[in-house]
Ligand binder design. Structure first.
Ligand SMILES: [Zn+2]
Length: 117
């Protein structure tokens, strides 16, 4: 990977990080605004619980990606970006384009998805 490619991924990672942190903050804000309001009947109360659970779930998933993005930026600092952490081969450019924060090449990702590594 040349410097220009790396710089492009770095920008994508930073943009994604920004976007996710924004979402996490927005979810937190709506959680805060949601508390204290009494739902008038049981049906509405059940619905508001579902909505709150959903935003909580989303927040966890997004925090997880933020962690991966940070990890990718960290590996970039060390010059390890774009190298599969499992087999130490170069991660395919197409895969990095799709998931810039990936730690695994396509083959290792498939193995991991199947629980084999
Ligand atoms: Zn691999």
């Amino acid at each position: 990977m040349n410097k220009r490619q790396r710089e492009r991924y770095r920008k994508q990672l930073l943009a994604k990080r920004e976007e996710l942190l924004h979402l996490v903050q927005a979810a937190r804000k709506s959680e805060k605004e949601g508390t204290g309001k009494e739902a008038p009947d049981l049906g509405d109360r059940a619905l508001s619980t579902v909505t709150r659970d959903l935003s909580y779930q989303l927040t966890i998933a997004e925090r997880d990606i933020v962690r991966r993005v940070d990890d990718a930026l960290d590996r970039m600092e060390k010059g390890e970006y774009g190298i599969c952490v499992a087999c130490a081969k170069k991660v395919q450019i197409g895969r990095l384009d799709a998931v810039p924060w990936t730690r695994h090449c396509i083959e290792c990702q498939e193995l991991q998805d199947r629980g084999e590594i």
